[in-house]
Design a protein around this ligand. Structure first.
Ligand SMILES: Nc1ncnc2c1ncn2[C@@H]1O[C@H](COP(=O)(O)OP(=O)(O)O)[C@@H](O)[C@H]1O
Ligand SMILES: [Mg+2]
Length: 514
């Protein structure tokens, strides 16, 4: 049943509940995105698991997050159990077999997988503002701070870099205001407090180097199977906003970095966005618009995005409209909101004359779903009541020892495990502060000379009428210039190369373009 070009999802049923036909997800349409919905305990995680397994077998790498730890079983061979064999028989799945799948575990905290990080610069002001729940005014200040770092050739790597930069902006608020637009000290103060909160929540783990290479998510094994990258997200879920922002950053990185491929025979990567409601919760309109844009455009990069959430109403209509492949597990319909959700979910399906879609949604059993996928010329199939196939890997979590073994044997073992703390904004600004203090002590009576060591960014302070660093002559501020250029050289392609003459380009979601 594992026919070329399509993934077996399960078997649909006739009105009398007998087996009707196999249901498939078609690989050429797998980049037209998808949606997996249903109440808790209805079978969403197992559906995600069988999809990830099948994509992997078809040579498509997968990224997914593991909220409760129960998806980690995908890395272990499943065990023969009566209910699994019975399900396989019900849907005439004669080739049902057990297997383990090639898995890479990631963890922002480095406990249950390889460390994963990005730099503050790469995340960009838009997502950081979202992460810090910044007001418009605060976001404006953040934008200015990034601009200053951009112009000064300062690498913004970790949270202490951003902290140092904000301190600088606060201390020079009036000069900066006259040049870049209004910077209120109150906004800077709020941002600084926001940063402290982030740090207390453990976000500092996530910012720094070495940053995650997108190519490490796109691996296949020697025997041609797609690697399944599983982000351990149980601890991360204590900070839902960091979780959602991280996934959004990843999505925007994929979008910015991957080349156009049009409509490939099969996706280059499939990205499951679990607990997708967190992405859209209280999200400002502009962010929803950008997400919509990224989801729409990432298709031609060969990336299929599958949102997993309880309720289809969790996803804004503009995004929902782009999710072609649907697996709808059971929903409850007690409250008016629930009834509305059922109605909305029902309306998004191409009706089947054999049953009432809305009624079916509330009557589905565990591991059963309404399924409609894109087929033929890309039109949605008539919705079918489908018993989802049983997984080949283990249902439920793997043990700590099993996980440790997989982490040790991983193709990216050792690559991200240690922090690299190279010179960045924090070090540059601290060095300047130290030099300024020293100069002040030495030349108490000659304040003019202390300019050489002043804690100042290029283009600020001593000669406000001058242009920024590039046109600045060496001399009094030679020390600063050197540090800045030096830092930029070290930053290489990854960070701000603009002080060497290249412009900074930020993508749709404000992340860095390389
Ligand atoms: N396709 C399936 N085949 C066999 N059993 C399933 C299937 N889907 C779900 N189940 C059973 O239902 C349980 C709950 O499913 P799960 O996917 O964890 O629900 P959810 O993620 O929606 O809370 C699983 O542990 C498993 O025992
Ligand atoms: Mg689940």
């Amino acid at each position: 049943m594992m026919d070329e070009g399509k993934l077996f999802l399960g078997g649909s049923r006739k009105p009398d509940d007998s087996f009707s036909k196999p249901e498939y997800l078609h690989l050429p349409f797998a980049n037209r995105h998808g949606l997996i919905t249903g109440a808790t305990g209805t079978g969403k995680t197992v559906t995600l698991q069988i999809l990830a397994e099948s994509f992997s077998s078809a040579g498509v790498p997968v990224f997914c997050s593991d909220i409760k730890g129960d998806l980690s079983g995908i890395a272990a061979r499943g065990e023969e159990k009566d209910f699994l064999l019975k399900r396989a028989e019900q849907i005439q799945f004669s080739e049902y077999d057990f297997d383990a799948f090639p898995t890479i575990f990631l963890d922002l905290y480095g406990e249950k997988g390889h460390r994963v990080r990005t730099t503050v610069a790469e995340m960009g002001p838009l997502l950081l503002a979202r992460l810090m729940d910044a007001t418009d005014a605060q976001e404006g200040v953040l934008n200015i701070a990034f601009k200053i770092a951009d112009e000064g050739g300062m690498a913004l790597l970790d949270l202490k870099d951003l902290q140092a930069l904000l301190n600088y902006v606060g201390e020079h608020a009036s000069e900066i205001s006259s040049r870049y637009g209004f910077v209120s000290k109150a906004s800077v103060g709020s941002l600084q407090r926001g940063l402290l909160v982030l740090e207390q929540q453990g976000a500092a783990h996530f910012f720094g180097e070495p940053a995650l290479e997108i190519s490490d998510l796109m691996r296949t094994t020697q025997d041609g199977r797609g690697m399944i990258t599983v982000l351990a997200a149980d601890r991360l879920m204590n900070n839902p906003r960091l979780y959602a922002t991280f996934l959004l950053w990843l999505l925007s990185e994929l979008f910015e970095e991957l080349p156009e491929v049009g409509d490939p025979e099969k996706p280059k990567l499939v990205f499951f966005f679990d607990e997708a409601h967190l992405l859209f919760n209280e999200a400002p309109k502009v962010l929803v618009e950008r997400v919509e844009q990224v989801v729409r455009l990432i298709r031609s990069k060969g990336v299929g995005v599958y949102f997993v959430t309880q309720n289809p109403l969790d996803v804004p209509e503009t995004v929902l409209a782009q999710l072609g492949n649907r697996v709808q597990h059971a929903l409850r319909a007690y409250t008016p909101r629930e009834q509305k959700a059922v109605k909305t979910a029902a309306e998004t399906f191409r009706a089947n004359p054999g049953f009432d879609t809305g009624e079916a949604i509330t009557a589905l059993g565990t591991g059963e779903a309404l399924v409609s996928t894109l087929e033929g010329k890309g039109a949605p199939s008539v919705v079918e009541r489908t018993l989802i196939r049983p997984p080949s890997s283990r249902i439920g979590p793997i043990s700590d020892a099993e996980r440790q073994q997989i982490i040790e044997d991983s193709p990216i073992a050792g690559r991200y495990d240690r922090d690299v703390d190279r010179e960045s904004a924090y070090e540059i600004l601290m060095a300047r502060a130290a030099k300024a203090t020293a100069a002040k002590q030495e030349n108490e009576e000659e304040p003019a000379d202390s300019a050489a060591g002043r804690w100042s960014l290029p283009g600020f302070g001593d000669e406000p009428e001058e242009k920024p660093t590039r046109s600045r002559s060496a001399g009094r501020s030679g020390y600063q210039r050197e540090t800045v250029v030096e830092a930029a050289m070290k930053s290489a392609a990854r960070s701000f190369a603009n002080s060497l003459g290249r412009a900074i380009v930020r993508g749709i979601l404000g992340s860095l373009k390389r």
